[in-house]
Write a protein that binds this ligand. Structure first.
Ligand code: GSH
Length: 253
């Protein structure tokens, strides 16, 4: 049994999959793609993942894409350390939270990420180079063109931060309703794994806005204390390690 994970150290979607592999103690080879250099858009990689994004898992030749799908796949195939509740209704709630996460915090976190980390690189490109880059991205063409070479507008940034804030408030309500300490109660599930990287990213950008929500503060402490956390966030996994200017800059946003 062999796993190869095509991923990127700082990619939030990749971090979900690394967390589950590490928690299950499944050894895996990592192919690290340089997303800024466009490794994810090369023809050989597009054959594995036509969306041109990471992560992609190769399990003995079986290719699985999309981070939440990969984490569910791993939980089905290796259920010994389970992240999925037994009871069907609890499973449905877990999946609903995963959908919420992809729609709200995981999507919103891209706005500050791109504005703060990637924009300086895009600004150095000619218009033609930038448009060609945007057009080469199967999923993110319009996102890139909206950002343009001057960055997302303050209104876009404010909207993303508002959506993130509402996501923390939703977490708070879910933890309160389930009795915590995790979103669905006493056991960590894939719903917790799905939302984890968004909070880690915002904390890394010095933009954590959940300090007044003690249940979320405790949740964040717990996720960072989980044995799978440190091997997942190995050195080089935080954006601020690659772009040290970020911590300073974020304060000014
Ligand atoms: N829904 C996909 C989204 C994957 C995704 O957006 N990956 C980002 C990194 S977190 C990526 O590869 N971006 C490269 C690009 O936009 O060109 C998943 O969860 O796997």
């Amino acid at each position: 049994m062999a796993f190869t994970l095509y991923n990127a150290p700082q990619s939030t979607c990749s971090q979900r999959v690394r967390f589950v592999l590490n928690a299950k103690k499944l050894a895996f080879d990592e192919v690290k793609l340089n997303l800024l250099e466009g490794d994810q858009l090369k023809p050989d990689y597009l054959k594995l993942n036509p969306n041109g994004v990471v992560p992609t898992l190769d399990h003995d030749g079986a290719i699985v894409t999309d981070s939440t799908v990969i984490t569910e796949y791993l939980d089905e195939v290796f259920p010994a350390v389970s992240f999925t509740p037994e009871q069907p209704h609890a499973r449905a709630r877990m999946r609903a939270l995963m959908h919420f996460t992809d729609e709200m915090p995981a999507a919103s976190v891209r706005v500050p990420t791109y504005n703060l980390a990637f924009l300086p690189r895009f600004q150095k490109m000619s218009r033609e180079e930038f448009v060609a880059l945007a057009e080469s991205k199967p999923l993110r063409r319009e996102f890139m063109m909206t950002m343009g070479q001057t960055g997302f507008l303050q209104a876009d940034m404010d909207a993303a931060l508002s959506r993130l804030r509402r996501s923390y408030e939703r977490m708070d309500r879910e933890i309160a309703a389930s009795g915590g300490p995790w979103l669905l109660g006493k056991d960590i599930t894939l719903a917790d794994v799905a939302i984890m990287p968004a909070l880690v990213r915002m904390d890394d950008l010095n933009m954590a806005q959940w300090q007044d929500l003690p249940r979320v503060v405790t949740w964040f402490d717990n996720v960072r204390a989980h044995p799978a956390f440190a091997p997942t966030y190995y050195p080089g996994s935080l954006l601020s390690e690659r772009f040290p200017h970020l911590k300073q800059q974020a304060r000014a946003v």
